[in-house]
Write a protein that binds this ligand. Structure first.
Ligand code: AMP
Ligand code: ZN
Length: 489
């Protein structure tokens, strides 16, 4: 399977450090506000990458930090007259809540910067001892970029070229403008921790590197984040690892393309800035996933808000197809001899599965993977429309399972998690048809059979009473080729 490694700008065969195992880290958010849909795109991409690796049989250990001490958090806390810890707590919880709503799997390890100060100090101490870092007069500790002859290895930038264009914090305490803070001396009113170099707090680049080392061990297999993190964040992460422990931080660096909205960079002033929460308050998570996954993770994604309704329709089409297949299979007689149409559907299922994996094996091409699913849906709908009475149960179920399983690898749920039918149906069936069970699906069948019976006996009163009871629950009787069923109106 091929993975694009941004360190050398090409797709490489995936070779893991330990056979069958993958250790993976994706930089988490700075928790000072609700995350936006650009952040969400990055987290979604890595969720799907992780899910596919698991589907391929890898044992994946996934870590993601929360950056819970940072200038942005401190600024917000000061504006609102509360502590940085309170702000960080609120938005850490908000982040985790929105990730759950978006169907993102929890990381196996979720370290928080403020609880990992010791690991960071150990790393900084090591860098000082190896003369890759120095304590400046202002109490900050800086990493010396000139001491790392490989600096620039990830982003392909050379220090002397950087000088011209790159914006860096100018600061007289640094020996070189590109030196970056490993430890920031405490300022009044800011959170701080004691250290051998005086009270202070860790720098952002230091955090991830120390946490990776502590929780996953270095090097790891895959390190990910958005494209904007390549420089300086990831460049600085890898420089620290190389200098502290004499090996690379990660073997594969993966970066997602930036999300834009309706053709523009997302910004509050343009009025095209959306938090993930705002979008999920209006649209089902799986529809948003479907829309985002139609673009390859490395490409820039132009999020067109007017395509969201279309995505809801596409999701519905997928769910209806699976539902219809299961329904038809349930009501079909035992398999007889397979017809040409049955064999064609069986072949379409195997092909969809193989094509899905071919596409995903090619650097996680989710757009190609989705196309393989859609193709099977088209074949299945055709089969259902044409097969009439001669449904082959095994073939039909296999198509439903394949569509549902492949969508599941993308974190999209197609099979109803619980019965869509209300529990009140059980009472109605008890009252009208003497039903003694407790399953709404079964109650629906009993009611429909009783209604059919009453109609056959020309007992219109009973038939109408059953129908009225059903309608009162917000349901309709749907007549399909495979028989009548109840669904939400
Ligand atoms: P931050 O909290 O700013 O560190 O961002 C969290 C993650 O979201 C990082 O991996 C960023 O690279 C990523 N990210 C930020 N903006 C965008 C965007 N517009 N599109 C895609 N990913 C983004
Ligand atoms: Zn990071």
């Amino acid at each position: 399977m091929l993975v694009y490694n941004s360190q050398n700008h090409r797709k490489q065969e995936l070779e893991t450090i330990e056979p069958g195992k993958i250790r993976m880290y994706v930089c988490g958010p700075t928790v000072y506000d609700q995350i936006h849909i650009g952040n969400a795109r990055t987290f979604l991409s890595f969720d799907v990458i992780r899910r596919y690796l698991m589907y391929k049989g890898y044992n994946v250990t996934f870590a993601q930090n929360l950056t819970d001490v940072d200038d942005k958090i401190i600024n917000r806390a000061n504006e609102e007259g509360r502590s940085a810890a309170e702000v960080a707590e609120e938005y850490s919880n908000a982040f985790i809540e929105q990730m759950h709503r978006f169907g993102i799997l929890d990381p196996d390890i979720r370290p928080r910067a403020t609880r990992e100060i010791e690991a960071m100090q150990e790393m900084i101490q090591r860098l000082i001892e190896k003369e890759h870092a120095y304590v400046a007069d202002n109490g900050d500790v800086y990493f010396s970029v000139r001491s790392d002859h490989q600096y620039g290895i990830l982003s392909g930038r050379e220090l002397d070229q950087l000088r011209a264009g790159e914006r860096v914090e100018v600061n007289d305490d640094k020996r070189d403008p590109f030196d970056f803070a490993l430890w920031k001396a405490a300022k009044p009113g800011e959170p701080s921790w004691p250290s051998p170099w005086g009270d202070g707090r860790p720098g952002w680049h230091t955090e991830c590197c120390a946490m990776i080392h502590r929780y996953l061990g270095t090097p790891i297999d895959i390190h990910g984040g958005g494209q904007d993190l390549v420089f300086p964040h990831h460049e600085n992460e890898t420089a620290q690892a190389m200098c502290a422990w004499d090996h690379a931080l990660a073997n594969y660096w993966m970066h997602t393309g930036m999300l834009r909205v309706n053709g523009d960079k997302m910004s509050k002033s343009l009025g095209n800035f959306f938090t993930l929460k705002e979008i999920l308050d209006k649209y089902p998570a799986d529809a948003v996933r479907l829309l985002m996954l139609q673009t390859h993770y490395r490409s820039a994604l132009d999020f067109q808000t007017d395509q969201l309704d279309g995505a809801v329709g596409t999701l519905e089409r997928l769910r209806t197809c699976v539902k219809n297949l299961r329904w038809a299979a349930k009501n079909a007689p035992e398999d007889g001899n397979l017809t040409d149409a049955d064999r064609a559907l069986a072949k379409a299922s195997s092909e969809a599965q193989a094509e899905f994996c071919r596409q995903m094996d090619d650097d996680f091409n989710t757009a190609g993977g989705l196309a393989a699913i859609f193709e099977l849906v088209t074949a299945a709908n055709k089969y259902l429309a044409e097969a009439g009475e001669t449904i082959a149960t095994s073939v039909t179920l296999r198509a439903a399972d394949t569509i549902s399983e492949l969508a599941g690898v993308l974190g999209i749920t197609l099979d109803a998690v619980e019965s869509e039918l209300p529990a009140e149906l059980v009472d109605l069936a008890r009252e009208r048809a003497g039903y003694a069970g407790a399953d709404p699906e079964e109650a629906a069948e009993v009611l429909l059979a009783a209604r059919q019976e009453a109609r056959k006996a020309k007992d219109w009163g009973t038939a109408d009473a059953i129908r009225d009871g059903i309608t009162a629950l917000g349901l309709v009787v749907e007549d399909t080729a495979a028989g009548a069923r109840l669904s939400r109106a």
